[in-house]
Design a protein around this ligand. Sequence first.
Ligand SMILES: [Zn+2]
Ligand SMILES: [Zn+2]
Length: 143
Amino acid sequence: MKRSGACPCQSWSVFIWTDQAPEALHPRRCDCDHCQAHPSEVLSGPDMRAEIHTDTGDLTIHTNGDGLASFYHCATCEALLAVGRVFDGQLRGAVNALLLEHRETLGEAIPIQPRLLSAEEKLARWAGLWGTLAVTRPRPPGG
Ligand SMILES: [Zn+2]
Ligand SMILES: [Zn+2]
């Protein structure tokens, strides 16, 4: 299955490829204050391939409190596109399911509380949950 989507300003496209049925995919919704104020649902699976792509857009990258993961935002509309981290030389991560077309055909979102996890617990969790993530654009990061 392939799904695509875009951020609200259309600068960035989001793609996922997975063997899972849509209803078996459950995005995760963080319950922290920041995420309540900036709603997003992250979606990933160990077999999922995700890509965010732009031709003309730019990226703003934030790190969370403990600096473990990078949050990729559209520089124009500030929507969260994906969250990721390099594991063993490979960028892996999750995409914002709210940007995908036909979000309603995916499984229900599951509330998560990552703030309750230690750094080690988070890394172990992501290593098991995140598929590969590619960020593709004409210009190199920062260039
Ligand atoms: Zn945008
Ligand atoms: Zn949060």
